[in-house]
Design a protein around this ligand. Sequence first.
Ligand code: GTP
Ligand code: MG
Length: 202
Amino acid sequence: MSEQLNIHFKGSFSDVKTCPASEMPEYAFIGRSNVGKSSLVNMLSGKTHIAKVSNTPGKTQLINLFEVDTKWIIADLPGYGYAKASKVNRSAWSKMVTNYLLQRENLVLLFVLIDSRLPAQKIDVDFMEFCGKKQIPFSIIYTKSDKSSANQLKKQIADIQKVLLQQWNALPEQFVSSSQNKSGRDEILDYIYGINEQFSRK
Ligand code: GTP
Ligand code: MG
């Protein structure tokens, strides 16, 4: 896998209606605020600062689009579950993201990021249930794997899976990542390229 993707920032959009229409397959990254979405976009791109990262939750406020190789698109979405967000902000988030998820025509897959260090969070479980109901295809990425030992990580992920399996008969494609040591990068990009192949053959 090449070190850096040929990636360009397309812009930030507050509404799916203003996102430029495209035929290129689009992959969106979502999850709780601070879970590491923007860091993962940087890690995948091989560039440190293409997406804005912050210690403070609620950094990404808009739909940020990045075009790769003029073939596919990454959408870095604002996070949910930011405790300090006002009600007004929360409902604005919900509207912006829900409209994006339901109306973005070239969206082919959503990556739902889950913090590998925490027990299954209700907000994540509920969000995946929403995706199921709306038939939005998604994969799971367990983030921040560098923060646990290999044994801890295995146990923590198994515990999360156990909770998810109370709701689902089978789990979707899953990845384990660290934006710090780049683990998961090849697997996630290979998966995306595999899907892109199917699109280019259509
Ligand atoms: P919002 O935009 O606020 O929703 O957050 P986000 O999900 O985009 O998170 P972001 O990438 O901004 O990262 C939040 C914090 O977690 C930052 O301090 C990152 O440096 C840290 N972080 C993200 N990914 C990793 C990781 O894989 N390992 C470690 N150790 N820290 C990470
Ligand atoms: Mg972000």
